[in-house]
Design a protein around this ligand. Sequence first.
Ligand code: 3PY
Ligand code: ZN
Length: 631
Amino acid sequence: PFLENVVKHPNFLKGEFDTSFIDSTPELFIFPVRKDRGTKLLNYIGNVTINGFPGIEKKKKPIFASPRKPAIDITAAPPAGTKQILDAQGPEGLAKWIHEQKDVLLTDTTFRDAHQSLLATRVRSHDMFSIAKETAHLQNDLFSMEMWGGATFDVSYRFLKEDPWQRLIKLREQVPNVLFQMLFRGANAVGYKNYPDNVIREFVRKSGDAGIDVFRIFDSLNWIKGMEVAIDEVRQSGKVAEAAICYTGDILDPSRDKYTVQYYKDMAKELEAAGAHILAIKDMAGLLKPEAAYRLVSELKDTVSLPIHLHTHDTSGNGIYLYSKAIEAGVDIVDTALGTMAGLTSQPSANSLYYAMKGSGREVRTDVQSLEKLSHYWEDVRKYYGDFESGMNSPHSEIYVHEMPGGQYSNLQQQAKAVGLGMRWEEVKEMYSRVNLLFGDVVKVTPSSKVVGDMALFMVQNDLNEETVLTRGETIDFPESVIEFFEGYIGQPHGGFPKELQAVILKERKPITVRPGELLEPADFDSIEKMLFEKLDRPVTSHEILAYALYPKVFEEYSATNQQFGDVSVLDTLTFLYGMRLGEEIEVEIEKGKTLMIKMVSIGEPQKDGHRTIYFELNGQPREVNIQDMT
Ligand code: 3PY
Ligand code: ZN
């Protein structure tokens, strides 16, 4: 009661005390939830056992052996790494250090883009925490770990029902030595539309405080204006601004003259002038062919004096080849994933790249034995998420035609299934490339890629083609994301919008040409805080306020689930996705040193009103919960 009074005190709420501990340890303040955590978890487990997990087929919980873990001593602090270089020398010092390295440096994407691209972003914090310390010890020579941002933020709340900030904070504690990198969508932050400037700035500040060091900032239309606020805030926060060029088209194909080498060189110069510490080439779909990689990296090295960091996806199977060409041309850092989380729509394998470059004169800075050990863990963990695999099991050279980003492939496929187009996936992909041309050949990366995807789904669903969109467009209600795109609310595409299509889509609405951030009302964080305080009946963290400012509905749904079931992130992944088998017993560590023993004893028959009673033992005591059977 005393604490409750304190935290409801007006001064406390106004932020006149140092309240940063609320952000880092929110569980201390969630009193009502703590009391019956056990029952809430039983309700969750009962529910998922009976009704299945949304989006995947209900099935009996599969049995897998525990994941293999490297047998190393993780009690001592891990060896120093790039984090210590940044802390001692600042972003400019770090850039200088990168330039001095002869070996190629790696960013490991296993914790972010690899699973975003292979498993629809569904890898849970639980499986990252289990291997984080080992990773810190074995991967201490990485340039960075990309482990946050992109779709992970939204998916954590929306589907995994867990707090992405806690993922970041806890990983930071366990990995104090390697730079943490996030993917930041410029004015779209980690969302799908432009946000007010104060949201962008606050998000950058808070992510920096929580542990992010390197911000890879891009704009989904390569519109520099959409990146400037973020770059500025990252610089002011003393963090590393890695500004990205999104690569699209084909610089080797003279018939595709919209995105030329000169176009990318001009953009690189502008990003350098805007304050980038590192230049990223973000080949989000894997369109950069090996010879193009050589040419682009060579020319960019002659154009700017920034270190160059290359990102690609291995969808075509050409990833290692293009990296070796880029390395020959002098690229400084490349993005790879651990072998068993690499390839196809994910990044090329670090393990394979190591062997490819051995003896070439420029080696990859890594210990391949360590990579193999960590790869075993991920090989085993990946099985948990089998239901989210895209089904792609060989290289797809068709990527050069449809140009769909790796991070979008498995997600759009889930979206297609959700609207009943699972069987028409081939048509959706083909329509995706047609929509790109209809839109004037745009850069496709979140959120512009989502707009193209939404339009492709919409056209397949409604049996529309390029002609009928224009002739019947006046009477068609286009998806909201498509309307906002043509209004200019995610920025201005290179070469402008196709005018006729824009008029048909917008109807009475007028497009804007300025930066949306100049028009959007700043978010009112105080009133969000008050509203959430009333609703949740507890102090709210600045992280929650930001999450609400980004996606109010998703955050509200997450909070409701959280109130109903408590913190489900403590469950192991198979229990989270499939519940329990009869007679099974599991251990759940709900906080450090506090473990619940849960046994599922029996499941009652459905009653007239559809309820079933599930009988558990919780720490040896009988407990029952009633679950509505919705199957
Ligand atoms: C994202 O924005 O999530 C991406 O991965 C884009 O490539
Ligand atoms: Zn990517």
